[in-house]
Design a protein around this ligand. Structure first.
Ligand code: ATP
Length: 249
């Protein structure tokens, strides 16, 4: 029942997410749900809050998926969680890796960042909205770019030897289709336990910051809306929102 998987590849682009956002804004009629854009290199790869995603030419995957989402922005908050699981599904289908997830949007191996997810939205709180799901996944990082990454990172080449990037992009697309379909139908309900089992910070003391404010607590996992549950002085509190950063203490 899977739709054929069409993947557009461009050699150089500013950012695959930016390009799909431009096509949304210009109401490009050729843009339909499930469209994938991959680039060999990004000149302005982005993380959250204006941070850079190192995107040198070479083997790494710079990937964006367009999805016309029926349920409005409020429900789109949980998408990062479903996407993290899809990246995990794809990697586990192909390789034997101990992949873990960091709320809300990163994929780790042994406390080293392997991939980042950047979900961007265009639309209103109510009614259908447009989603661009960006995934940057390190396959083989050239040294020249590695020196610009200011946190612990890893790439697939450090863990597995035979990597077919085209196969990875196809399997990732199929896994995303599956998880997004699941999310559209039932929300996160079937995914919460799976996500929590892969939580890189499970039962650890973490700090959560919005830039202005900071909270400390023990990381219990996520709730059904994709919010992060912290235990603080015996009480449970849930935090939402894309602008929050989680750190291990
Ligand atoms: P948050 O917890 O708020 O998501 P983050 O530091 O993980 O914080 P992101 O926006 O997800 O932020 O990603 C950008 C950050 O990731 C950069 O500031 C840099 O530290 C790191 N980074 C940049 N490029 C890469 C890369 N190719 N691989 C791994 N890490 C990278």
């Amino acid at each position: 029942t899977d739709k054929p998987c069409h993947i557009e590849v461009q050699p150089i682009i500013d950012s695959t997410n930016s390009e799909l956002m431009r096509r949304i804004q210009s109401k490009d009629a050729a843009l339909t749900s499930g469209q994938v854009l991959v680039a060999e290199m990004q000149q302005a790869g982005r993380g959250r809050r204006g941070r850079q995603w190192q995107s040198p030419f070479g083997a790494n995957l710079y990937y964006s998926y367009y999805w016309h989402f029926e349920d409005g922005m409020q429900a789109a908050m949980g998408v990062s969680v479903a996407v993290g699981l899809a990246v995990h599904d794809a990697l586990s289908a192909l390789y034997d890796l101990g992949v873990q997830l960091k709320w809300p949007n990163d994929i780790y191996i042994n406390e080293h960042k392997l991939a980042g997810v950047l979900v961007e939205l265009d639309g209103q709180m109510e009614g259908p909205c447009h989603l661009v799901i960006g995934i940057g996944l390190n396959v083989a990082m050239p040294n020249s770019a590695a020196q610009h990454i200011d946190q612990a990172w890893t790439d697939l080449s450090q863990h597995v030897s035979e990597i077919d990037k085209n196969q990875l992009a196809v399997v990732l697309t199929l896994c995303l289709q599956k998880r997004l379909h699941m999310y559209q139908k039932n929300g996160l309900s079937d995914m919460v336990a799976q996500w929590n089992a892969l939580n890189a910070f499970r039962d650890q003391v973490v700090s959560l910051s919005t830039g202005q404010r900071q909270w400390r607590g023990i990381c219990e996992g996520i709730d059904h809306q994709g919010g992060l549950i912290l235990r603080q002085d015996g009480e449970r509190k849930t935090y939402y929102g894309g602008e929050i950063s989680l750190r291990k203490e």
